[in-house]
Design a protein around this ligand. Structure first.
Ligand SMILES: C[C@](O)(C(=O)O)[C@H](CC(=O)O)C(=O)O
Ligand SMILES: [Mg+2]
Length: 306
């Protein structure tokens, strides 16, 4: 294990945060795919993506809950730790509104840092929050969101931890107000701006041009934004893209269709070619490494023990 590795064998958090920042500065669009369960994380890494995203919506839905601020900071930090521990890629997490007042925001950031996350986003919605692509959401005042951002900046102990401020104001107060808010959040220390539910590519371009910090695009399906390609987003000046719920939607779509087939056919046999094989599952889990670790333990001869 090198000095850059944490005790669990994955790259130490600071190094991953530096990789996150280097990616944002690289001029190449950074693609963060939302993990659906920790088991999906090695697949994201092996497919060559730059980072892993942890979605509040997925986290809530996995617990059978709507994404309306019902999950707690502890649940989010715990899930973040599990997912960050599965990979050496930077893991970027949805911290919703920060789970309370500015002092709670500060504690959330501390917890996320300790859990090994590379960065987090905080949004300017009121509590209870809504999915950013739904109608009826509300935002807090700019001043109140600035208090959240400042609390997060002050709480950060590793200056490499990436703080992203999300504004939901585009759909509530309009484009100009959203851009003004974004500028204020960046001035308060946000490293990245996440303008939620922009209407078209020209709006992303206007954000990227007007701000000195990198811009994130949320390519969530069935939302307000068209699903632009990475090339289109990069041309518009976007530095990073998230696919927050994509893997969950794919998996749940496959599960629902497959259940119907099993019920209809009386067997799952025809579905087997679509399944991840047992061998591939064990490979993803690094089963063999665990076995050899066990073998080392059992082979260990205690001195004087004949
Ligand atoms: C990005 C997001 O905050 C999430 O929790 O993943 C959601 C995604 C979604 O509900 O589609 C969002 O508010 O956009
Ligand atoms: Mg969310």
């Amino acid at each position: 294990m090198s000095a850059a590795e944490a005790s669990d064998g994955v790259l130490a958090p600071t190094r991953r945060r530096q990789a996150f920042r280097a990616g944002l500065a690289s001029g190449r669009i950074q693609r963060y795919v939302g993990a659906f369960t920790p088991l999906s994380v090695p697949l994201i890494e092996q497919a060559g993506f730059e980072g892993v995203y942890i979605s509040g919506s997925v986290l809530a839905a996995e617990r059978g809950l709507p994404d309306i601020g019902l999950t707690t900071a502890s649940e989010v930090i715990g899930r973040g730790q599990e997912i960050a521990g599965m990979t050496s890629l930077p893991a970027f997490i949805d911290a919703d509104t920060g789970f309370g007042e500015p002092s709670n925001v500060a504690r959330t950031v501390t917890g996320l840092e300790r859990a090994g996350l590379a960065g987090a986003h905080l949004e300017d919605q009121v509590n209870p929050k809504r999915c950013g692509h739904l109608d009826g959401k509300q935002v807090v005042s700019t001043e109140e969101m600035l208090r959240r951002v400042r609390a997060a900046v002050v709480a950060r102990t590793d200056p490499e931890f990436v703080l992203c401020a999300r504004t939901d104001a585009r759909a509530v107060e309009g484009f100009d107000a959203a851009l003004e808010r974004a500028k204020a959040y960046a001035d308060a220390g946000a490293d990245v701006i996440f303008p939620e539910a922009l209407k078209d590519l020209s709006e992303f371009e206007a954000f990227a041009t007007a701000l000195d910090v990198p811009i994130l695009a949320n390519m969530t399906e069935f939302g307000q934004s068209e699903l632009f390609t990475t090339a289109q987003l990069a041309d518009a000046g976007v530095s990073m893209v998230i696919y927050p719920v994509t893997l969950q939607r794919l998996a749940m779509g496959a599960i629902e269709a497959s259940l119907a087939t099993i019920a209809q056919e009386g067997t799952q046999a025809e579905l087997v070619p679509q399944m991840q094989t047992r061998a591939r599952l064990y490979e993803v889990l690094r089963y063999a490494d665990y076995s050899s670790f066990d073998a080392d333990i059992f082979d260990f001869a205690v001195p004087g023990d004949h």
